[in-house]
Ligand binder design. Structure first.
Ligand code: ADE
Length: 239
């Protein structure tokens, strides 16, 4: 998979080359390009923004800079992702969709955003998503790109040491994951739940499912409501 990011703060994306993502690059599983938007400016000030039509606070990023930048970076088969608090929610389902793409291009807006015509024009040639990583406002799209790329790349075959961990994480069955424990058996007077040391895998699976259901009901009841018909069995309904 090829991943390109266009930003006015290229150094903000340095963590893409660290840890899990860095290893995926070294092993040739992903190819990452980070591009400074100011390379497409022509004036001495290298200005990328201007005052908004209609007035109001903040500045809007200029279409004459973004247009040529995206023309050059996107090529033939890109899916363009524009992080914005006004976007549709980024979810695990969308992470799976992105993991199946050949080329993802991220356009990082700052200030009050990018002139809408940049997005509307790109959408005439390629799939474009405006996505939000949560109901809060960041200063720009860069931190959101780090979040989205990490969620996507860990789903690519060969990236995680143990592929079962991607299949079993929170959300794969529509529930939050329950608690986990390792040695020692007792730590600061707190004991590991007996059932996990029983060796009875039928009981362990049931216990884990019950804790996942409890936790989801307490923290994210909206997820329980959204489960497809028939996802809960008789034992689940007793929890
Ligand atoms: N840019 C600013 N805030 C954002 C958010 N919540 N999600 C995605 N991009 C953003």
């Amino acid at each position: 998979m090829k991943i390109d990011v266009v930003t006015i703060f290229p150094e903000y994306l340095d963590p893409l080359r660290a840890a899990l993502l860095g290893r995926a690059i070294d092993r040739g599983l992903i190819e990452v390009g980070v591009h400074d938007l100011r390379n497409w400016t022509h004036d001495v000030h290298r200005a990328v923004d201007d005052a908004p039509y209609g007035g109001g606070p903040g500045m809007v990023m200029k279409p004459q800079i973004w247009g040529p930048a995206l023309d050059e970076v996107c090529g033939e088969r890109a899916r363009l992702v524009v992080p914005t608090p006004a976007g549709k929610p980024f979810t695990q389902a969308l992470a799976h969709e992105y993991a199946a793409e050949e080329h993802l291009v991220f356009a990082c807006g700052r200030y009050e955003g990018i002139d809408q015509r940049v997005i509307d024009d790109a959408a005439r040639r390629m799939p474009v998503d405006e996505v939000s990583i949560g109901d809060y406002v960041l200063v720009g799209g860069e931190a959101a790109v780090l979040v989205v790329v990490e969620a996507v790349v860990r789903l690519l075959p060969g990236v995680l040491g143990n592929p079962v961990s991607a299949e079993q994480d929170s959300f794969s069955d529509g529930l939050l994951e329950g608690p986990s424990y390792t040695r020692p058996e007792v730590w600061r007077d707190l004991a590991v739940p007996e059932v996990l040391r029983s060796g009875n895998h039928r009981l362990i699976d049931r216990w884990r499912r019950d804790r996942a259901l409890e936790r989801t009901a307490e923290r994210r009841p909206d997820l329980l409501d959204a489960l497809p018909e028939g996802s809960l069995d008789k034992a689940d309904e007793a929890v």
